[in-house]
Every structure is written in C-alpha cells, then in structure tokens.
Write a protein that binds this ligand. Sequence first.
Ligand code: TYM
Length: 329
Amino acid sequence: MERVISGIRPTGNLHLGNYFGAVKNFVRMQDEYDCMFFIADWHSLTTHPTPENIRQSARTILAEYLACGIDPEKAPIYIQSDVKEVLELYLYLNMNAYLGELERVTSFKEKVRQQPDNVNAGLLTYPTLMAADILMHKADKVPVGKDQEQNMEMARLFARRFNRIYNIEYFKEPQNFYYTKQAVKIPGLDGSGKMGKSNGNCIYLFEDDQTITKKVMRAVTDAGPQAMNSEKPEVIQNLFTLMEAVSTPDTVAYFNDKWNTCEIRYGDMKKQLAADICATVAPIREKIEMYKNDDALLQRIANQGAERARERAAQTIKEVREIIGFRAN
Ligand code: TYM
C-alpha cells in the first residue's frame, strides 16, 4: 500500500487554509492509503515559542486533527519531537544541502524579511528537516497546499542527491497530493494572498458563528464589476475561491452569473459565504471542544502514534547508517 505522511506546524490553531489545503485530504486518504500524520513541533522552534506554548499547542492541534476526522486507528498521529531518529536523518541530509539553494527558497526569503532579527539556521535548513520527516517514512504521497510546493521539490532533490552520492536507489521521490486538479491555495479575507497564521487573516476551526460571520462581512471588496463578463480582481476572486471550497457548485455558479451580469451584491454573497463557512466549521468546532479536555485520550493517541513512527524511523536509520558507512546499531 502506498505510504502517506503529512504534518502541520503547531504555531496556532488550525484554520480554513490548513483544512482545505491539507487536513481534509488527509481524512479522505486514511481509508485508501497507509497514512501517518504528525505535529511538526521542531519546525515551530524557528520562531522561538515558550515551553508553555509548545506544550499547549501540540495538544491543541492534536485535538483539532481528531475533530477534523483523522482516525488514529487508521492513521497514527505523532508528535515530531517524540521521534528522535528524524534528527539523525536531518543531519545527514544537511551535509548534502547547499547554502545557495537553501537561501533561494521563497519561504526563507520571506522569513528574512518578516523577522530580520531572527534569521536562524533552523529557518535556513527548514526544507531539510521537512525532507527528513517525509523520507524517513519513504512516503509516496504528501497532501499539502500550494505553499509547500517548493519544500516538496527540495525533498525530491535531497532524495535524488542522496541516491546519487551513494549510488543506490534508496529514497523514493515523494509526490505532492491533491484530490483537485491543482494545489489548493485558500486566500485570506484581507485581499493579501494566502490565509496564514502569520498574516493575521485567518478563519479558525474553533471559531463560533458570530465571529466567523463578522470576519466574512468585513472582507475587502471593491466598487463592483465595471463591465459584463469582466475578469475578477484578486480581492473578489478570493471570495469566489473561498466559496468554491465551502459552498455547493450551484451557489458558486449563481454568484458567478451575478458577477458576469454586473448584478452582484457583495453583501448577499458574503452572507451566503459566511453561512456556508459556519456550516463547515460548526461540527468540527463541537468536536474540538470534546477532544481538547480529554488529556488522557490525547496522551494515549500521541504515545501510540510515536511508537508506530519510531518503528519505521528506526528501520530507515539502520539502513541509512549502513549505506553511509556507519555501524548500523
Ligand atoms: P503549515 O503548518 O504552514 O501548514 C499546514 C498545511 O496546511 C496547508 N496550508 C494551506 N493550504 C492552502 N491554502 C492555505 N492558505 C494554506 N495555509 C496552510 C499547508 O500547505 C500545509 O500542507 N512545512 C509545513 C509543515 C511540515 C510538513 C512536513 C508538511 C513539516 N514537515 C512534512 C508535510 C510533510 C508547514 O509549515 O505547514
């Protein structure tokens, strides 16, 4: 059976971008594939969270994963820092990763702009840690949103390079996975590109109807279409993209027609969009409430997940050590 791995940085709560870009696909994949999901808490260290933050946010994301429908019996969930083998692979991959190529990664360049006082080596080698997460499991498929495409290319590059250096077909090249034709990019409501935790433009899965509706009604729009069948400016396209994720095709077609005939009323569209987002989020929110207070359950799931992940990781490290020329155990 093909193997699937994916992860999320626990630097806040899950938002609609995480859900439609990745988690919803995880959930659909767990019946068909050999899946494991993890919480990338080492990756979150690049922004220097406090120990309390770390403890709290891993638990929160675990509860949210479960609320979205990941079934740990089918798809173990583990916390990255519980599987120390990943660090060893990270080290080996770093030895074959070059400064120039790491510096050219778009998300690294973005972080340099966003946090000029904290350009740490962890940020630079973020793609090698992510590659270690994936290659450790010899994953075939990785469900991710559009923003992770470059990191995925790097993972394939590191896999190929390792194989070439040691002259062995060892690592598979992991493929990005989406059920849709293209990678999903859920926009923010502020007209500024993608929905993202650090952009402060998210709708979170734990939020109540009132909060969500308020956020949607405040979404940036424009003066309206100036001609029939005109192209949509980005801020308007963003509303449609969100609608495509949460509403029925009929609803999207209805507002598209209204746009094309210059009859669109953004207020009506936003009301519909808010209602459809609330309908998506409400059942998940209820389950988050249920899981987040069950510490014993969360602990048990994390322990079981770590055990399964460690078994696989130990096997990979044993083989990699042999290939490189180290004692295997
Ligand atoms: P992270 O935590 O930023 O996001 C988690 C997942 O959510 C997707 N996503 C989006 N998809 C569509 N539209 C959006 N606006 C949006 N925002 C977030 C991301 O594409 C991602 O799939 N580097 C990863 C975490 C990671 C990982 C891995 C993922 C570490 N190791 C190994 C897969 C495999 C990250 O920062 O995702």
